[in-house]
Design a protein around this ligand. Structure first.
Ligand SMILES: [Zn+2]
Ligand SMILES: [Zn+2]
Length: 141
């Protein structure tokens, strides 16, 4: 909590209960939730917090790079409390998003720099597939 206060101070952000709640929730999960999921999860503890407030808190946290926004297609956004570069895989059946660990794509930045003459700042790589529980369901039906 003390740590969070420092992080917010460094980013010159006001430490509002809503921002704290959203940030802490994202730190506590690696499920890459949508804003709606975060909103529902926080409802019991913050019954007066609206979905619009969750969106506003997320927008602020993304702007100061405390949270990563993932565009998983068709205006569908997911949120990640892990802002270190890593890539993601999404299940085409149930929509869940996982981290892809153990592969580093920074080499790709150099390759793309050579090909395009750009200075590369970042890249985002998404993989799509069918997750193990969906594969299991398909087998059982
Ligand atoms: Zn699935
Ligand atoms: Zn992630």
């Amino acid at each position: 909590m003390d740590n969070l206060a420092n992080i917010f101070r460094e980013k010159k952000l006001k430490l509002t209960p809503q921002r704290i709640a959203v940030y802490k929730y994202l730190q506590s999960t690696n499920e890459h939730p949508s804003a709606e999921t975060i909103y529902k999860a926080l409802q019991p503890e913050y019954p007066t917090m609206s979905l619009a407030t969750v969106y506003k808190a997320l927008k602020t946290l993304v702007e100061v790079n405390l949270v990563q926004e993932l565009n998983v297609g068709e205006g569908n956004f997911r949120y990640d409390g892990n802002v270190c570069p890593h890539s993601h895989i999404q299940c085409l059946n149930c929509g869940k998003v996982n981290d892809v660990e153990g592969i580093c794509f920074t080499d790709l930045n150099d390759k793309v720099k050579d090909l395009t003459d750009y200075d590369i700042i970042a890249n985002q790589i998404y993989f799509y597939g069918i997750c193990s529980s969906c594969k299991q369901d398909a087998k059982e039906n």
